[in-house]
Design a protein around this ligand. Structure first.
Ligand code: ATP
Length: 286
């Protein structure tokens, strides 16, 4: 039995962390969206296979138990005592360690795919709860539609479609380790965000209010070490984006335009400046 799952990248339209739990985990408050830049995860299961294996065309990924897609298969196999192996092939398109949740989305794709192949009948909320044990972004990736994400990442509340818009994504050369950024948060100095304001604007399909309220509390922390982020942001705004900000813990920067023609102009102009640039639309799995 086999299935192929789309694993879209995510972007943070709003990101805040109100506090850190005593066990060191972050409390999150985020507006997350999925985009049509996606990995494709091919999943095969059979009683003839005994192990979980991962193959990928990307040279940047671990293919052993460190791979988040592997961990997702292992969790379901052990929890539901499934006597079958799993072969996972990841067709990687999302830049790695970029703040776009590529690993989490691959893991969510495996959870969705095996839920179908093994007839587990688990709801999205149940898959999200299992996904949280892998990474805080996995619960959102199970849904992959515009959502308010709170708690440690497990409370995912869909908020409906975005107003019409186009996104330009630029990935600077550097990669960023999320834990190294989270360790540097100073809760006395962090720039808290109006996350509810972004949720309200999206619910009302109010584009100008949405871009006015957007922001990422981690951006000053990452940009301090990776100044290229601010340079790309400035270029995006100069070329015509209405807003530009970092996603997740970075270093990926995205800009937003209302009109496709303007987005195309920004994309063309940025390509001379940054090697990895994408022009994408929002994506919703609902
Ligand atoms: P996040 O924003 O969720 O912290 P990210 O988008 O910055 O993540 P990922 O591309 O998910 O980054 O990669 C983070 C780390 O996870 C990398 O060091 C990578 O080696 C590891 N990893 C494990 N499995 C995967 C996978 N299937 N795809 C991408 N990275 C993976």
């Amino acid at each position: 039995m086999e299935i192929s799952e789309k694993a879209p990248a995510k972007l943070n339209f709003s990101l805040d962390t109100p506090f850190r739990h005593q066990n060191g985990e972050q409390e999150w408050k985020m507006v997350m969206i999925a985009v049509d830049l996606a990995d494709y995860v091919h999943i095969k299961t059979s009683k003839k296979l005994k192990e979980i294996t991962v193959k990928t065309d990307s040279g940047f990924l671990p293919i052993d138990q460190r791979n988040l897609a592997y961990q997702a298969a292992k969790k379901l196999k052990e929890r539901y005592q499934i006597d079958a192996g799993v072969e996972i092939v990841i067709d990687k398109k999302i830049p790695v360690a970029a703040g776009m949740g590529g690993g989490s989305s691959d893991a969510a794709a495996v959870l969705r795919g095996l839920n179908t192949l093994w007839n587990l009948g688990l709801s999205k909320a149940q898959l999200a709860k299992i996904g949280l044990e892998i990474d805080s972004d996995v619960p959102f990736c199970v849904y992959s539609e515009p959502a308010l994400v709170t708690g440690k990442g497990e409370v995912v509340t869909p908020i409906g479609d975005l107003p019409p818009l186009k996104l330009i994504i630029a990935k600077p050369r550097d990669s960023v380790s999320t834990p190294s950024i989270l360790r540097r948060i100073d809760y006395n100095a962090i720039e808290h965000q109006d996350v509810e304001g972004v949720v309200e604007a999206i619910k009302q399909k109010n584009y100008s209010q949405m871009i006015e309220k957007m922001g990422n509390a981690l951006e000053p922390i990452t940009a301090d070490r990776h100044p290229e982020i601010l340079k790309i942001k400035q270029k995006m705004l100069t070329f015509g984006c209405d807003v530009a900000q970092m996603s997740g813990s970075g270093p990926t920067v995205f800009g937003i335009c209302q009109k496709a023609s303007r987005a195309q102009h920004v994309y063309n102009s940025l390509r001379g400046f940054c090697k990895e640039v994408y022009i994408v639309s929002p994506y919703s799995m609902s």
